[in-house]
Each structure stands twice: as C-alpha cells, then as structure tokens.
Design a protein around this ligand. Structure first.
Ligand SMILES: Cc1cc2nc3c(=O)[nH]c(=O)nc-3n(C[C@H](O)[C@H](O)[C@H](O)COP(=O)(O)O)c2cc1C
Length: 430
C-alpha cells in the first residue's frame, strides 16, 4: 500500500509517569517527588496541549510494579490522575488503562462517565485484562484467570459498560443477565459531551484482536517492524469490517520508544547515558517477563535457542502479553542476534515496542513513512524521559509534521472522539 494518504496522523503520548527508561527519575528537571506532584502532572498536560496532541495515555495495572522491569512502579490510579489533569487543560484527550478482570462494570461505567462528563468529553478507556499473579493477589486470587476466560469476561464487561452509557442517554434501565454479570438498572450520570468515553484496547492475542475489531475505537499496539505493523493494521481493520463497522472507526496506534536529540549522535549519546544510568539487569528482566523465559539463564554470546522462541508452553497460562511476545520473537527471528547483541540492539530499536533514536526531523520521516505505508493511523509516543522528551515533541516534531501537512495547526474539535474522527481516513485495504 503506497498511496499518499490525506488527513493527519494521530499523536498520543504513553506517559509512563516519568518516562520509559528506569533512569528517567535522575533528570535534573525533576524533583524527587515529581511522580506524585500535581504541578508535574499539570505541566505534562499543558505541554501536550501546547503541541495540540490528541491524547495522553496512562498504561496501568492494579499493583505495585516490580522495579526489576518496571521503570515506574508507583502510580496514581489513572482515572483520578487524569481527572486532575482535565481540570487544568481544555482540549487534550486523556486515556486511562483499566482492567476488566479486576473492576466491577457498573461501578466502573459510572466512574468513567462521570470523569468523561467533567472533562468535557475527553476521556478514553484503554481496555486490558491484566497479567500476573501480583495483581491477582490484590483481589483474593492466587493468579489471574486463564487468558481466554479473561477475554470472555472483558467482552461481556464492555457490552455492559456500553449498555449502561446508553442508559444514561435513554433514561431506560438495562436488563443484562449473562455468564459474568447480572444487572438491572441504569446510570444516574448524564451523557458526556462526546456521549460516552472512547474505547481503546491493548493486547495482541487472537481474542484481544477480536475484541478490538468488535468494539475498539483505537488500538494501542506493539509493533517492531513495518511489515508486521501493516499486516496487523489490515487484520484489525478487516475484523472491524467483519463486525459491520467502518475501518475508520478503529485507529491503530503502536507504541514508539523515543530518544531524541538535535543530531543523531546526540540522541545516541542521550540513549546510551540513560541506559547506562539504569539498573544493569533491567533489560534482561524486561525480556524475561515479556517472553516468559528466564533470560538470565541464556548464554549471552549464543543465539536464542529455538525452544525459547517457539510458542510459550501454554499460551493460556503464559503471564505476559501474546502481542508483545510475538513482536519480540519476530524481531529476534529477523535479525538472528546473540543474546548480547539483542540486548544492545534493543537500546536503539526498542524491546516489545519499536524504538527510535534520532532527530525530530528523522522522526517525522519515520512517521511519514509508516503512515503512508498503511502501517499506522498514528503513534503512541513514549519518550525516554517524559518531561523534556514531551517538550521536544510539542515544540519541534509537531511543527515539522505541520509543515509537511501531516498534522493540524490547531485543535479542530474539543472531544477525544472528535480528535480521532478528524484524523486521516483509512487507506484502501484492497
Ligand atoms: C501495546 C500493549 C500495551 C499494553 N498495556 C497494558 C497495560 O497498560 N496494562 C495491562 O494490564 N495490560 C496491558 N497490555 C495487555 C496485557 O498484557 C493484557 O492485559 C493481557 O495479558 C493480554 O494481552 P495479549 O492479548 O497481548 O495476550 C498491553 C498489551 C499491549 C500489546
């Protein structure tokens, strides 16, 4: 697909609190308590809005993260965090990740619609099913339910939430009696300016993609190569069509890890310095939990054994994300590195998500290429250190994209759903 597309890309920021690299907290621009400082969060919201960005995201799980592979183990609950940021911004969309495994749909639908209403119709929900026993133990379970069961509940959960949001508009009770939930009633909250929150989805297993095709208006994806990204882009858009929807109704937004500098050398130096300032075992631990194999047992100077790359012994009980795992394994198979080479490589190309190290001009080239190749509708950008990385996006990348006709000059709408609808339509899928 090489046709030139009309319209503009979508730009989201997965904030990851202080940034995606574990050394982000060492930035001289931060205070020791920035991650919980309302002033920090107001600044992030305002910089995003200065760049007329579409949305800021918060990835999340209901647990204290493990610093061995989680750069930001402590976070506020996302809807509350964004509720505060909504009060100091006007246009930027705000996306909160929340679990369908560990929430109650009535309570959650009411909380989300309340927040959506109060933000002026800027709320989005990133639907996830949560991985890992640590989260499960916070809810009285020894481990999370099996993946397919989690997605069955997710599917019904989303149906209930949507029906309840509908009830806010019609004033009629819903009567839902199915496998997971029994609900007779309606919400007391009024519909928001955009009707109800925008639905996003993250998770690339077959059931994850099926859910996206059926209900999601945006997908937060993990793509390491353009070829795979194009394949998955077309797959999810087709799934939407199979559900009687227009492919435009679901926007595909892979994550992209960023280290930016005013020259390529400066960007590489920044990336190297930040990586070197983080815990030595971080990338090995990250890889281990992402592929479901203890990578510290691998010989650093050997290539990855086939048994590590083959499908996880049991995809149902494998704790990580199938979507992430697939994209990492595809990358390893493509470049066939030793373990040491892979860990070095991922400094610049990303681990799970693709990575980009370079200048804002080069980043604009990359976005333009993937956009016109039909691989993305936009990116969910993930700066190494958020506070200055975000400023470079707003003040340097965005003006370049504008000059190239790839981004709008001002907000065209004031709701998140409006921002998505105003972006580029899907190119011809045939
Ligand atoms: C790009 C991407 C981002 C994700 N972000 C989160 C997240 O923030 N919180 C979470 O619980 N799960 C997240 N997940 C999805 C989970 O890992 C998911 O809850 C579950 O394990 C199923 O994922 P799967 O369909 O890829 O196997 C993400 C998945 C992908 C591919």
């Amino acid at each position: 697909m090489t046709q030139r597309r009309t319209g503009h890309v979508i730009l989201g920021i997965n904030v990851l609190v202080l940034g995606y690299l574990p050394a982000a907290w060492q930035s001289p621009l931060l205070k020791k308590d920035s991650f919980v400082d309302p002033g920090y969060w107001a600044t992030i919201g305002r910089i995003a809005e200065r760049g007329t960005l579409d949305a800021i995201f918060l990835a999340d799980g209901p647990l204290l993260g493990d610093p061995a592979y989680d750069a930001n183990p402590i976070r506020f609950e996302p809807t509350v965090n964004w509720g505060y940021v909504a009060s100091v911004t006007e246009r930027v969309g705000l996306v909160a990740t929340a679990s369908t495994t560990f929430n109650d749909p009535f309570d959650f639908a009411e909380r989300l619609l309340s927040w959506d209403y109060l933000s002026g119709g800027r709320a989005g929900w990133n639907i996830v099913t949560t991985r890992g026993a640590t989260a499960a133990r916070n809810f009285g379970l020894p481990d999370v339910p099996l993946r397919d069961d989690r997605y069955d509940r997710a599917s019904e959960f989303v149906d209930v939430a949507r029906a309840l949001w509908e009830s806010a508009a019609t004033g009629e009770n819903i009567s839902h009696h199915k496998e997971f939930f029994d609900i007779e009633g309606r919400l007391r909250v009024p519909p928001s300016r955009q009707g109800s929150p925008v639905l996003l989805q993250a998770g690339g297993s077959p059931k994850g993609r099926a859910l996206a095709g059926r209900v999601a208006e945006g997908v937060f994806a993990a793509e390491l190569t353009k070829t795979k990204a194009i394949e998955h882009y077309r797959l999810v858009k087709r799934l939407a069509q199979d559900n009687g929807r227009s492919p435009d109704e679901v926007k595909i937004l892979p994550g992209l890890l960023l280290s930016l500098g005013s020259t390529e050398e400066e960007a590489r130096r920044r990336s190297d310095e930040l990586h070197d300032a983080g815990p030595a075992a971080y990338s090995v631990n990250w890889l281990s939990q992402s592929i479901g194999y203890d990578a510290s047992k691998l010989d650093l100077d050997e290539r990855f054994p086939e048994e590590v790359l083959a499908a996880p012994a049991d995809p149902q009980t494998f704790q990580g994300s199938i979507g992430f795992r697939e994209s990492i394994v595809a990358q390893i198979r493509r470049t066939n590195p030793t373990v040491r080479e892979y860990l070095k490589q991922t400094r610049y190309t990303g681990s799970g998500h693709a990575g980009f190290v370079g200048t804002p001009e080069q980043l604009a080239d990359h976005i333009e290429d993937w956009f016109h190749s039909g691989a993305i509708d936009g990116f969910n950008l993930q700066p190494d250190v958020l506070i200055d990385g975000l400023a470079v996006i707003a003040d340097e990348l965005v003006p370049i994209l504008r000059k190239r006709g790839l981004y709008r000059h001002e907000y065209e709408t004031d709701t998140l759903r409006g921002h998505f609808a105003a972006a580029s339509p899907t190119p011809d899928l045939n």
